[in-house]
Design a protein around this ligand. Structure first.
Ligand code: NDP
Length: 514
């Protein structure tokens, strides 16, 4: 029986190893070396003493850092230590109005009239500056958001620069992107982003909007505003004309003021489905264009003929990447019955090797949960899974005393009606289910209100094509998972939202085609 961790009284369960110790001898091909604790990693901390954190971050409006009209600031903390990093300005409706006015003026006077090849030069310059400062930005991203340095350094920052480079290339080629049409920018774009990939989401929003000739007002998430303000410094250094990008920090009300502002032409939002629905209501009946990139509950489907070891690595990167704070995370695993015991055994062994802890240690696989609120949400959903009768598997590990942590976990014995099979947990928790036939896999995978992503693991190309065509998901990865590329469109069906980001498709929401 799983038992509750007494320190936290949360549903952190230590796995019972007795089943492992008494299992029947494995065939030679399935045996593996087990070093237990005898081979542990030496600490490999990333230096961060050179990072220049300001004690207070102001708003970025019309090319300058300005104090908020509200006079209010909120704390941004490091979720791995619970230490305060800085005070962040809280923008109210007056600040948002100032930012929108600055963006409108910059659109009318400078950016809207600027030839694409000139706009492209600025974007290339921003991309190069991001590359130059990428290590510092990666460290900041890990300190502010809790993600591992391995990921912020090797995934987030390279992709941030790649998005600016990619859209810089489109800035003077919009006519070629849409042959026979005359693309025209919209005006001012209001962009609201979440906390799971703070800089990357800023790049996904800003780069295509600017390439298409729009000006922007960006609202970062409350818990992860710091790197956006360092991006603002880069925009100054790149000498981007004043007002082309404005950044207003604050909580949900700041986002609401931006959405409701009369002089915004387009709203681009990434975040929860519930807030996405509010935004849909708010822009209904206005002329504002809207794109929504919302939640997901992706099916990762493993067939019996799949390369199982690779598939297990795909499961790991599918759900434990970025602590599971990923809208396209492979959070529902469907395993064909014949390989279920093998997959579960390998997965159980593999999660025991994942290192959870200091995000700034280069060996860490799973960093801190972004906020206490998110940790509470994960715990609540895990509790519901236990109450509804699913079985939780977690490795035996010691979590740091301070900060917000959750161990890599998976549930077996899950049915489609369980909350953990339906709702986005947005944490390192996987729900495992089985299937017998491809038809059953498709039916069960599509049995969700979401439709953002999916994964298929099989040796047969024909099976991949069959599955890909029938899965109602915006992105389907075959024999891989969580791979991102600025040239490739990303977006969902159903309650995962509408509109695409990335690729040529990512330009469309920021243009009208005459
Ligand atoms: P939200 O949808 O609340 O936040 C996303 C962004 O919208 C943030 O910048 C937020 O500001 C802002 N916002 C909040 N309320 C409003 C509003 N009424 N009008 C305009 N903007 C608003 O997500 P949460 O951070 O609360 O996360 C909750 C859940 O959402 C997660 O557990 C996860 O399931 C899902 N989620 C999905 C993401 C995805 O990529 N699909 C990303 C993040 C979360 P602020 O940060 O200040 O609240």
């Amino acid at each position: 029986m799983p038992r509750k961790n007494s320190r936290t009284s949360r549903a952190v369960v230590v796995r019972d190893n007795s089943a492992l110790d008494h299992r029947i001898p494995l065939p030679l091909s399935e045996r593996h070396l087990n070093f237990r604790d005898r081979w542990s990693y030496a600490p490999a901390p990333e230096a961060h003493n050179y990072i220049k954190l300001r004690s207070r971050y102001e708003l970025f409006i019309d090319g300058k850092f300005v104090a908020p009209a509200s006079g209010k600031y909120f704390r941004s903390i490091n979720p791995a230590t619970e230490e305060k990093l800085a005070d962040i300005a809280e923008a109210n409706a007056r600040d948002v109005d100032k930012a929108v006015k600055a963006a409108r003026q910059a659109y009318n006077k400078v950016w809207g009239k600027m030839p694409g090849r000139e706009r492209g030069k600025y974007l290339y310059r921003i991309a190069r500056l991001i590359q130059e400062k990428s290590r510092e930005l990666a460290v900041l991203e890990s300190m502010d958001g809790g993600k591992t340095i391995k990921e912020s350094r090797d995934v987030d920052l390279p992709l941030v620069a790649a998005h600016f480079f990619y859209y810089a290339g489109w800035a003077d080629k919009l006519e070629y992107a849409f042959p026979g049409r005359t693309p025209q920018s919209l005006g001012v774009a209001g962009q609201i982003i979440p906390w799971n990939f703070p800089l990357l989401m800023a790049a996904w929003k800003l780069a295509p909007a600017l390439a298409a000739g729009n000006t922007c007002v960006l609202k970062p998430a409350e818990t992860t505003s710091i790197t956006a303000m360092h991006l603002a410094e880069i925009l100054q250094e790149a000498e981007l004309p004043d007002g082309v990008v404005n950044i207003v920090t604050g909580a949900g009300n700041t986002g609401k003021a931006l959405v409701e502002h009369d002089d915004v032409n387009k709203i681009a939002f990434t975040g929860s489905t519930s807030v996405g629905k509010l935004l849909t209501q708010a822009v209904a009946g206005t002329k504002k264009k809207l794109t929504l990139e919302l939640g997901g509950k992706a099916a990762n489907i493993i067939f019996e003929d799949a390369p199982i070891d690779q598939a297990v690595e795909g499961i790991i990167s599918g759900i434990y990447f970025n602590q599971g704070h990923v809208c396209c995370a492979g959070s529902r695993l469907f395993v064909q019955e014949g390989v279920f015991p093998t997959v579960i055994r390998k997965l159980r062994d593999r999660i025991a090797t994942l290192r959870v802890g200091n995000p700034l240690d280069k060996n860490t696989d799973i960093g801190a949960i972004n906020s206490r609120m998110q940790l509470d949400k994960i715990c609540e959903l895990v509790d519901s899974g236990l109450q509804q009768g699913a079985e939780l598997v977690q490795p035996r590990l010691r979590l740091p005393e301070k900060g917000y942590w959750y161990p890599p976990s998976f549930f077996t014995g899950v049915t489609a009606s369980h909350r953990i099979a339906q709702e986005e947990i947005f944490g390192p928790v996987l729900s495992v289910m089985t299937f017998r036939t491809p038809e059953e896999a498709i039916e069960r995978a599509n049995n969700t209100p979401y439709g953002l992503s999916a994964g298929v693991w099989t040796d047969k190309g024909s099976k991949i094509f069959k599955m890909v065509n029938k899965l109602r998901a915006g992105i389907v990865w075959a024999n891989t998972y969580n791979k991102f590329d600025p040239t490739s469109p990303f977006g969902g069906y159903k309650e995962s939202g509408f509109g695409r980001e990335g690729g040529r498709h990512g330009l469309l929401p920021y243009l009208t085609l005459n």
